[in-house]
Design a protein around this ligand. Structure first.
Ligand code: ARG
Length: 459
């Protein structure tokens, strides 16, 4: 049990209390950020004449040594310390003596932890953004190669109108593109440095906060010292963005699970991304997709937990805020793993284009186009809708499809039908005539793909 703050206490902390209060088992993850922040703080203290050049040198060398030793395994993070800040400071004092005791001048663990967590989160925002970019590249590849891979589009999970795989994947491209834009916004907003806020009210030492912010590659220092130590919005925003990413991955996973089912058989998952059953020899299960879908709840949980933790806290720092870490770390790890695994899964997944096209051809996916055909022959749309509705009913009774009917049968329902109806409601026409912005026709899709390529090149 080791503490930085024993002075005003007459009794040892109860061991259970110490353990309950301690955070080192999880905030040791902030070790690099803590050392980096401390090096910058000491550098600034010396620039401002608060430390001598000698003291600065000794502190910076000491901290660098600790960093190297932990990284190469010669020094273990001592988990009997209360938190990572205590570990670094105690080890420094142990190694360099009195100069080490000056490191914490003009600083509190409140602004220290705010800085560490922000540095850590900022890096993970960039990492997740990079992973999403790879996912987008994989999606775009599939789009390029499947401009004429026909499949049914669904509403209410009922066949609606024919589309292409490129078009369907294009929907996910937009979602993950927005997810990246959200990360960019969040990054900008969080990119201000809380170091120098002290416990809550700044300090009387002439700290140069612009300088430390610059050294740590922040846009600038935060402008209110109370807010600097009390704010966890940036983390809530990130968890919210991660939740949205997971929601998108989960919907995509759900579709892959459906497409992979025996009834659909639109896709075949690679053996490397599927698992078997211990009892049923025939099974090949989409466990990765199911796990991504399942882990979505866990990321939402982290968001809900932090929102709930923060909602009743008076300004400024409260120990409750230590609870911002474990679940947030878990959510970041989970989302990163899910994006990576999901990307690998879709890159290796094969499409059964024959089955997809066949499926697009039945289920009356051309009924809208049949109605539009009648509109072209002068029938008002509402009447055309009614006529085709009766036609569908007729087909259901005869267990057939609109395009399999003879011209006489069609004419018995409306005399507006001509020989050109068959061409007008063919699968190809239904897709390729949809050429307006955002629609699945090949010409339009090619334009969208060009835009997506540009976007990936520049962002
Ligand atoms: N372990 C603490 C946390 O994660 C560090 C800040 C401690 N500050 C304090 N006043 N007890 O929030």
């Amino acid at each position: 049990m080791a503490q930085l703050w024993g002075g005003r206490f007459t009794k040892q902390t109860d061991q259970l209390v110490f353990d309950f209060n301690a955070s080192i088992t999880f905030d040791k993850r902030l070790f690099h950020e803590d050392v980096t922040g401390s090096i910058v703080h000491a550098t600034m203290l010396a620039k401002q004449g608060i430390l001598t050049e000698e003291e600065r040198k000794s502190i910076v060398e000491g901290l660098t040594g600790i960093l190297e030793d932990v990284d190469d395994g010669t020094l273990a993070i001592d988990e009997s310390q209360e938190d990572i800040h205590s570990f670094v400071e105690a080890t420094l004092i142990d190694r360099i003596g009195d100069a080490g005791k000056k490191l914490h001048t003009g600083r509190s663990r409140n602004d220290q932890v705010a800085l560490d967590m922000r540095l850590y989160t900022r890096a993970r925002v960039a990492e997740i953004d990079g992973l999403l970019k790879k996912l987008l590249e994989a999606i775009l590849d599939t789009m390029k190669n499947n401009l004429d891979t026909y499949m049914p589009g669904f509403t209410h999970l009922q066949k609606a109108q024919p589309i292409t795989l490129a078009h369907h994947y294009g929907a996910y491209f937009e979602m993950f593109k927005r997810d990246r834009q959200r990360l960019t916004d969040i990054y900008k907003r969080m990119n201000y440095c809380p170091l120098g806020a002290g416990a809550l009210a700044g300090t009387t030492y002439p700290l140069d906060r612009e300088y430390t912010a610059r050294l740590l590659r922040f846009e600038g220092p935060t402008l209110n010292s109370i807010d600097s130590v009390a704010d966890r919005d940036y983390l809530i925003e990130f968890l919210s963005a991660l939740s949205t990413i997971m929601m998108h991955l989960s919907r995509f996973s759900e579709e892959i699970i459906i497409w992979n089912s025996n009834e659909y058989q639109f896709v075949e998952l690679d053996d490397a991304y599927s698992t078997g059953s211990s009892i049923m020899p025939q099974k090949k299960n989409p466990d990765i997709a199911e796990l991504v879908r399942g882990k979505t709840g866990r990321v939402y949980g982290a968001l809900m937990a932090l929102l709930t933790t923060m909602k009743g806290l008076p300004l400024a720092y409260n120990k409750d805020m230590q609870e911002d870490k474990e679940m947030a770390f878990d959510a970041m790890d989970t989302a990163a793993d899910c994006i990576t695994l999901f990307t690998g899964m879709i890159q290796t997944m094969k499409f059964r284009k024959d089955r997809m096209a066949k499926s697009a051809m039945n289920g009356f996916t051309n009924a809208t186009d049949a109605a539009d055909y009648l509109v072209g022959k002068g029938v008002p749309f509402r009447d055309a809708h009614g006529i085709i509705g009766r036609l569908v009913l007729y087909c259901i009774e005869k267990d057939t499809s609109i395009d399999a009917l003879s011209l006489e049968e069609l004419r018995s329902i409306s005399d507006k039908f001509d020989e050109d109806i068959y061409e007008a409601i063919s699968l190809k026409t239904c897709v390729e005539k949809r050429l307006i912005i955002g629609a699945p026709g090949e010409k339009m899709m090619k334009q969208v793909i060009e835009k997506n390529k540009e976007y990936l090149k520049n962002d």
